[in-house]
Design a protein around this ligand. Sequence first.
Ligand code: PLP
Length: 439
Amino acid sequence: DEQEKVLVARQPKSSRLQARAVRSLAGGTTSSWQIHRPQPIWVSHGSGSKVYDVDGNEYVDLHNGYGAMLVGHGHPLVVEAIANRARAGTHFAQPTEDAVVVAEDLAQRFGLPLWRYGNSGTEATMDAVHLMRAISSRDKIIKIEGSYHGHHDSVQVSVYQEMPEIGPPHAPRSVPASSGIPRAIVDQTLVVPFNEIDVLERVLRDHPGEIAGMIIEPVMMNIGIIPPAPGYLERVRQLTREHGVLLAFDEVKTGFTTGPGGVTRLYGVVPDIVCLAKSLGGGVPCGAIGGSDEVMSFIANGGYDQVGTFNGNPLTMAAARAVLTQILDDGAYSRLDALREEMVAGCEEIIGKYELPAYVRAIGAKGAVIFSPTEIQGYRDFLTVDNRFSHAHWLYQLNNGVFLPPWGKAEQWTLSVQHTSEDVQRFITNFRRFAEALS
Ligand code: PLP
């Protein structure tokens, strides 16, 4: 409570803007997950690794727009690409050359030959689900309990909420994640726990000829960070193939942040479809699906109409081209690796010294201090974690110039190519003082 008061005292203009906003924006903000205590951070601008609120407070940005800003704010090459495109027209509903360059680059990175674009991660996973259903002429899909794949009906199932009626751990019920999701659609989504291959095997066996495909985030990133157990992704690939079920990797979060070709390349397991968004567009709304010849020929032949007014939008494509071909090269990933190691080493030293009930998980540019004494293995564990530590830590960092994602226990930090060791040290210093204050 004390830290919330400190924050509000530092943000008088933000408070006034918030009071004004509730009269014209539902809930006083632009997305429901921007509503959090004590108030949203009303941003004036971002530059490099920093963001500034309307009160002039500076923050090292480790939220990074839910990880979309892997290239950092106002990257000169992205700015140039966007400015050039803005002058030359931003929308024609016809393809531009940049769309081909981006697809060629994505094919190299993810090992899948054919691509299409949309405007968000939600559209990417929606297209993937539609495509799997269209190809198989089946309705059911499998998803992982607790995985977030965007806000379309088929995947708004068994995610995020504290739910009393979720069934036993090895036979989870499919529960709508919010109101407004028809039961009839929820019933088409079968839910299995992450890293539990036996349950997946049973579900596949129990529904012969009924399941179109499976969608999975190959490293879970919406309930902290949970990597796949050794061999798990390989078995998922093998089992889905054996049962004639298509496999889509949701790499909306992991796509470029975990490495140049996401988890797909990192683990060497190639799905039928990859879904991308977030950091692909360097801060411009974006989404993409990539697939095998076999799968994507279904789009090419008109078996599934993958459409959208803004698909392949020239502004997005220009930004994505700069991101992929000019910024996210091997050197960028080496620098991100070095920063991650500095973050992890600093956090682990503090956790050890102050005997905090916490641990660190990090992969690529992503990482999190997870305030749980034991390792979170899946959604059930996640639901039992007390969010108060994460929220207190979030507030403490914010009041001392570091902006982490709110919803502490679920989200993680994202480093950008413009972050420096100095930025990392600001976070570490705050974490040390927070740990001191706790003990
Ligand atoms: N998939 C994953 C793994 C995500 O984390 C998100 C968003 O956080 C989405 C899909 C949806 O993306 P968007 O918010 O762009 O619709």
